[in-house]
Design a binder for this molecule. Structure first.
Ligand code: ADP
Ligand code: MG
Length: 145
């Protein structure tokens, strides 16, 4: 199958969709990283592990979706690292290991619905990552400095 997926790239500016205002900043990869994904990958929300520069490996949720900015012809990969960082890390090297699928992309009727869905995604990711089949990837060679 297509998972796990290992992705690495510099954190670039996103599309200013205000993820941070929703309490859920998403670090964007450059287009090349999204273009390297399997063409038939299901879009939606996935979970896995993430590392910024030489920092610790944290849990994450990542939205892999069609990007309206490019007329929905290109995928965007936006990672929310489940950790409170003191500062932004634009320009840093982000590594992610994508392990499992949570749900398809959806249009939410309201902002509150969207925020609840994100909170639920984060809870689901945390739980899934605590099982040993997923924990082992936290220590994968991919994350070694
Ligand atoms: P953009 O549209 O530029 O992606 P966001 O509102 O989505 O803006 O914020 C993303 C930025 O926030 C990231 O590029 C990163 O520098 C910073 N950031 C801070 N904390 C986190 C976090 N926990 N997960 C992801 N990005 C974070
Ligand atoms: Mg973003």
């Amino acid at each position: 199958s297509q998972l796990p997926l290992f992705l690495k790239g510099q954190v670039v500016n996103g599309f200013g969709r205000g993820s941070k205002d929703l309490g859920c900043p998403t670090a964007n990869f450059p287009r090349e990283v999204a273009q390297s994904l399997p063409k038939d990958l299901k879009t939606g929300v996935y979970y896995g592990w993430a590392k910024v520069d030489s920092g610790p490996v944290y849990k994450m949720v990542v939205n892999i979706g069609w990007c309206p900015f490019y007329q929905n012809k290109e995928l965007s990969v936006e990672t929310h690292v489940i950790h409170n960082f003191d500062e932004d890390f634009y320009g840093s090297i982000l590594k992610i290991c994508v392990l499992g699928y949570l749900r398809p992309e959806k249009n939410f009727p309201s902002l509150n619905n969207l925020i609840s869905a994100i909170k639920q995604d984060i809870e689901d990711a945390k739980q899934n990552l605590d099982i040993k089949e997923n924990i082992i990837f936290r220590d994968h060679d991919f994350f070694k400095n």
